[in-house]
Ligand binder design. Structure first.
Ligand code: FAD
Length: 467
């Protein structure tokens, strides 16, 4: 009898414990379900998921297998498939955000009611969030001790891809991936972002290989330079599990053993990702509420016209606008600039971090519920181990340090310093027509005086703290 392999953010063959378990038990039916939870993702994440599914379907086909695609509530769809195929087991890789956990718990109990084995597996993280504990048996709220604990642990070695995937006698019906319409809300942006996205397992492995042979040496200093491609770019692949985190970890460990400078810093960044999932597992409110309850009542503004200018990359603050525009053109944003635009929105513009969190979810092809929530709360000062409230990034100083020759700003802002860079011009093909942006528009004046904005924020934060 076959097993169902329910795929979500694990679209790869290697380092895939759920797949390995399913193959070990016999025939495997790989299934993707477009459930309401996945349908609720933002436009760019959904589009990027479609790319990933198309690529993985081909990978499966090359192995002689298939991808069965269905739409509906996961519990019901999986029950139907169990009945249609006679499957006795369903395997999947665990996720740890509150939305996924609620769905997966319902799926588990519904399958168990039918007498079906419902087995979840690790694979999305280096360590399951409950296996990393403080000395007193609690979870970590601060990164540095978490990193120290992780650095002491042995991480499982990545599993090899199965040699073959046994087929069932009969395949159930399937929709086509294109029937799901996952890309439809990206509209104009899709063809622009597609030029930058690097999709699929093989490509992700190539990207890791290239980074290990070139980028990792300079990583410690280059990772903050917005004008250099100094980072791995792997987040878009990790978010859909096109590459296993344990494979990346062990490759970086080997680089450290070979004495490659930068490897240690890279390992630390990988641990930030696990830390985000550790936090979302133990404190699921991080996605919706200020993590520190005292910040729940902070008078951040709801969505507003200034925030709309921020979204459009029209604040007149070049480093901020370059970041926002990079996101529409490429689907990602440099980490240093993510911190900067988040600080600018929550502090200089005194706008709620949730407004920014939501917009990133709409626009990032590497959107991840855990890292995004943690990043926003870090910038706003409301999270665990957050940037202190008085740390207000100065976009000008940041630009001098991390984009000294204005390369990054010119690359993404047409008209800035006379820029006619090809990438900057792509913005006008990517953003909604209703924004009425054209290359002929003059670059706007600064919307907020940096000093006044900083003082206004400091004043509000100090008052709130005193109260
Ligand atoms: P590299 O520098 O090559 O790092 C390697 C990997 O380490 C990354 O792919 C990522 O998996 C992990 N990593 C690195 N930095 C962080 C970090 N600060 N937090 C968590 N993991 C990290 N990352 C996402 O993947 N999805 C998001 O939705 C997301 N939203 C963010 C929002 C804000 C406000 C901020 C400040 C950061 C956010 N990040 C998010 C974290 C970080 O910006 C990206 O992971 C990073 O820019 C990805 O580029 P890279 O793969 O080249 O990273």
């Amino acid at each position: 009898t076959p097993s169902l392999l329910w795929l979500r953010r694990d679209l790869r063959l290697s380092d895939h414990p759920a797949l390995t378990a399913a193959v070990g038990a016999g025939a495997v039916i790989p299934v993707f379900v477009l459930d309401p939870e996945t349908e609720a993702l933002g436009a760019a994440p959904r589009w990027r998921l479609e790319q990933s599914l198309v690529s993985f379907e081909k990978t499966l086909k090359d192995k002689g297998s298939r991808l069965i695609v269905r739409r509906g509530a996961a519990a019901q769809v999986l029950r139907d498939l169990v009945e249609q195929t006679g499957a006795r087991a369903v395997h999947w890789s665990r996720l740890y955000d509150p939305v996924s956990k609620a769905r997966d718990t319902a799926v588990k109990s519904s399958l168990k009611e039918m007498g079906i084995t419902a087995q979840s597996h690790p694979g999305h993280l280096l360590r399951e969030p409950w296996t990393v504990e403080t000395k007193t048996g609690g979870f970590y709220k601060v990164y540095t001790p978490y990193w120290k604990a992780m650095a002491q642990l042995d991480m499982d070695a990545p599993l090899p891809a199965p040699k073959s995937i046994p087929n069932p006698q009969n395949w159930p019906d399937s929709l086509k991936i294109s029937d799901l319409g996952l890309g439809k809300d990206m509209r104009r942006g899709a063809s622009v972002v597609a030029e930058f996205a690097i999709v699929g397992e093989q490509e992700a492995q190539g990207r890791l290989g290239a980074f290990l042979s070139h980028g990792i040496t300079e990583y410690a200093s280059a990772r903050d330079r917005t004008d250099q491609g100094g980072t791995s770019g792997l987040s878009e692949n990790l978010t859909y599990g096109e590459i296993g985190i344990r494979a990346v970890w062990h490759a970086a460990l080997r680089a450290r053993e070979e004495g490659k400078p930068g490897a240690e810093t890279f390992l630390k960044e990988l641990v930030w990702r696990d830390f985000a999932w550790h936090l979302i597992h133990h404190t699921p409110h991080i996605t919706d509420e200020s993590w520190r309850p005292e910040w729940q009542s902070f008078p951040w503004r709801d969505d507003n016209d200034d925030a709309e200018r921020w979204r459009r990359g029209l604040t007149g603050e070049p480093m901020v606008d370059a970041g926002m525009r990079q996101m529409y053109i490429t689907g990602t944003m440099h980490n240093r600039v993510r911190m900067l635009v988040a600080s600018y929105l929550t502090k200089h513009l005194m706008t709620h971090w949730r407004v920014g969190q939501k917009w990133f979810e709409e626009c990032l092809i590497d959107w991840d519920p855990a890292s995004n929530a943690m990043g926003w709360q870090w910038a706003a000062g409301s999270g665990p181990d957050a940037s202190p409230y008085f740390r207000i990034f100065n976009p000008e100083t940041q630009a001098e340090k991390f984009d000294p020759k204005r390369t990054y700003r010119r690359r993404f802002i047409a008209g800035y310093g006379g820029s006619k860079e090809a990438d900057a011009l792509k913005l006008f093909e990517a953003v909604p027509r209703s924004w009425n942006m054209t290359p002929a528009d003059p670059y706007p004046e600064r919307m907020v005086d940096l000093k006044a904005g900083r003082e206004r924020a400091l004043d509000a934060y100090q008052k709130h703290k005193a109260a």
